[in-house]
Design a protein around this ligand. Structure first.
Ligand code: FES
Length: 155
């Protein structure tokens, strides 16, 4: 089918089978390769994107599900994502880096819905994003730092 897919505020005309995983369309057709393939079975979170603001594993939804929605990927820009990028970099969160776009998208989804998350909120929100390097402690710290920075700049 020929159809339109809206990603990060831009409309892409794509030719894809309706049941193609959204991740395939984002990476292989549109060419936005920041979103990663990890497990392909909704277990690791490397493929995380936002669909109308909702955290979604793009390996496990068909592209047809996203056609009437706004897709937001790591290539996108939002206030929370930019602040998280900054603290991620300051704290040197990534190790191998492979899962980090998914981690940043999950953290963005958290800050978009919870203004001042507790450790418990963070652990719960990030629990579906696996990091084989074990960067979870730095991820938690970077989220707290992002909240502090955001609260400071909002003053
Ligand atoms: Fe989608 Fe692992 S690649 S959850």
């Amino acid at each position: 089918m020929n159809t339109n897919l809206s990603i990060n505020g831009k409309t892409y005309t794509i030719n894809a089978q309706e049941d193609m995983p959204l991740l395939w369309a984002i990476r292989d057709i549109v060419g936005l390769t920041g979103t990663k393939f990890g497990c392909g079975v909704s277990q690791c979170g490397a493929c995380s994107v936002l669909l109308d603001g909702k955290l979604t594993k793009s390996c496990s939804v068909p592209v047809s599900y996203a056609l009437d929605k706004q897709v937001f990927t790591i290539e996108g820009s939002s206030k929370n994502l930019e602040i998280l990028r900054q603290t991620w970099s300051e704290i040197n969160v990534p190790q191998c880096g492979y899962c980090q776009s998914g981690q940043l998208i999950a953290a963005t989804a958290l800050l978009d819905t919870v203004a001042n998350p507790t450790d418990q909120d963070i652990d719960k929100a990030m629990s579906n994003n696996i990091c084989r390097c074990g960067t979870f402690t730095r991820i938690r710290k970077a989220i707290h730092e992002a909240v502090a920075l955001k609260n400071k700049t909002d003053e």
